[in-house]
Design a protein around this ligand. Sequence first.
Ligand SMILES: Cc1cc2nc3c(=O)[nH]c(=O)nc-3n(C[C@H](O)[C@H](O)[C@H](O)COP(=O)(O)OP(=O)(O)OC[C@H]3O[C@@H](n4cnc5c(N)ncnc54)[C@H](O)[C@@H]3O)c2cc1C
Length: 283
Amino acid sequence: MSGAVLLERERLTSGTTWHTAGLLWQLRPSDVEVELLAHTRRVVSRELEEETGLHTGWIQNGGLFIASNRQRLDEYKRLMSLGKAYGVESHVLSPAETKTLYPLMNVDDLYGTLYVPHDGTMDPAGTCSTLARAASARGAQVIENCPVTGIRVWTDDFGVRRVAGVETPHGSIQTPCVVNCAGVWASAVGRMAGVKVPLVAMHHAYVVTERIEGIQNMPNVRDHDASVYLRLQGDALSVGGYEANPIFWEEAVKSRTGAAGGLCLKTPTVKGCTVCSDGLRRA
Ligand SMILES: Cc1cc2nc3c(=O)[nH]c(=O)nc-3n(C[C@H](O)[C@H](O)[C@H](O)COP(=O)(O)OP(=O)(O)OC[C@H]3O[C@@H](n4cnc5c(N)ncnc54)[C@H](O)[C@@H]3O)c2cc1C
């Protein structure tokens, strides 16, 4: 870690991380993802806190996958088997058992659910500042309000382009190695070094409800068929999802307000947002 420098053009968390729901589901169809998620969960829920003495804000409220058809329930049964191989506790629940666990849920059209009690929610700001603290303690440097404006490259004797340094308005840093972690801006940073980053950003809508009595401590909910998630946010719900016909970044920025690192857009109507209405129907 010693010698590493993190350059942030604004403040840490001012990008997508500021908006994230922070849901951590341990069970995914790919074993690589299951192992990566287990690692992330270990770091966020335990190791970072042990190393820094700071709480990351991790909440273990559990996760619930909704099956609204037979195929989806079969898939969840397979996920449960995968979980057994990796030591991830999970249970396939009937609609009645789901109702007992989550009394506010509309279970009339459910075939069942997959419940993973040790899933949870990360606090994006807490996780990020704890990571920064741990990195600094190991010799890394975090510099905010310092945008990368250019990347100097040179071509070696074999015709391979190499990094020589990074330019900022406050000076340059000589380095043979750059890690591009600029999120939705990664393509722009890649272009500075002549590298094409195959990444397309799109508009993502979510709504936060007012206080809902009885929602406290309920698990996070994911409905893969409706493409929505319900995240517990204190005593309210944050409902978000993925539209079938997404609006791409270029179109979305035409209506942006400029807040929160340029990522906040004008509030969409819930009427026009199918994932939000699907999600609210479930709660
Ligand atoms: C509404 C929403 C819900 C989500 N829910 C989940 C979820 O439940 N679970 C999950 O795992 N993921 C979720 N995600 C995805 C997750 O938030 C992102 O994958 C993650 O935050 C990306 O982090 P990052 O550090 O790669 O990017 P970012 O947080 O965007 O960080 C990139 C940083 O680069 C900086 N930057 C840009 N250009 C430059 C430059 N030229 N010089 C210096 N700095 C620069 C930006 O200011 C920014 O701070 C969600 C995302 C959204 C929007």
